[in-house]
Design a protein around this ligand. Sequence first.
Ligand code: DWN
Length: 419
Amino acid sequence: MAEAIRAVEPVCRSCGSSELQTFLSLGSLPLADGLLDAEALSRPEPRHPLEVAVCGDCALVQLTTEVPPEVLFGGDYPYYSSYSDALLEHSRRNVEALVGARGLGPESLVVELASNDGYLLQHYRRQGIPVLGIDPAEGPAREAIRRGIPTLREFFGRALAGQLAAEGRLADVVHANNVLAHVPDLNGFVEGIATLLKPDGVAVVEVPYVLDLIDQVEFDTIYHEHHCYFSVTALVRLLRRNGLVLNDVEHLAIHGGSLRLFASRRGELGAKVRALLERESRLRADRLDYYSGFGERVARLRDELRALLARLRVGGARIAAYGAAAKGAVLTNYVGIGRETLEFVVDRNDHKHGMFMPGVHVPILPTRALRERRPDYVLLLAWNFREEILAQQADYLRAGGRFIVPVPRPEIVGGVESP
Ligand code: DWN
């Protein structure tokens, strides 16, 4: 896999400008979703540089190198959306609101790009609304089909959109949640959405919000799968270039702070969009100086977490982690937290059990290991689901267990007193 990395042209992947200004390097890290089986542990593991830049012209924050999508989202992609009850509920509420507001029914078509295991489309299907999922990842797509969601196992872009449009399969609603960042050809993808929509159709797109990433020091959401990190400023320009207008936007708490975009081929920039554009302009989020202190804040978090874990180890504490998340791989590798510190990581996703975290090789076990092995502390790698996971682990906490929440700064939750 050593040939997997591709040096990208030093131009912006949205507007093509050569004004890319680098503001962060996380060093060379393994692929965040590249979980290892026992056999792979003895083989050399490829690492790829992770450097982030902002475009001085269109404000898009982006990586400066690229791992091809076939490597990132191939047969063994381990991310399944349905393991979070909070995410399922978030999706169900979104579907309810859209069905009501747009009067969707048996004559409608809803398409989801990166439909994963059918976590969202299942809610339309239950109401008899025709759906089509599109996702290149074999395991999740197979699971969606098992649930009765028609799914094309393909990468979406200009070509596939043209093909669907030629077959008359135009959509009333196109969902694209947490996928825009994963797409190397951004313009082709967004143009494809415009092609796929009926004239009065709407695209509902969720992306992590780069201002929250910076504000809350969510550096561990930066990894090779995520080519871009979006502000409203960059999004408005990207959409407009490809024939879409950002009619409305919601700022949501999910995944550490996300934007839900409502875009169509009609209308104008909504009032909430204009308010966020003004805020970003006031904060100068389209300029390098907004991002330039971020690296120091990330290094400070790393040093504080290292010091905390070292102190706990010296005191004889037993430590495990929760969430074999992609962001967990970034955090453990960047901070340097391996088997000397973590006994194991637990995760609800049984596709990950028996595997090992990339780079640091910590074994992944079912969540019952927390009950059975009773570590003193659990490092919460899936901090974006903090409320959900702490509620699930109420027994562990009641029995004296403690969580270490690493982001936005290391914090101990639970227990009678802090060390
Ligand atoms: O963009 C992406 C996002 C949205 O999801 C990806 N490229 C991949 C993935 O990133 P991640 O792996 O960092 O995502 P999560 O959703 O933060 O991962 C959470 C992990 O924790 C999953 O493996 C599931 C697990 N989990 C659990 O074991 N018990 C999650 C919850 C809520 C739980 O209760």
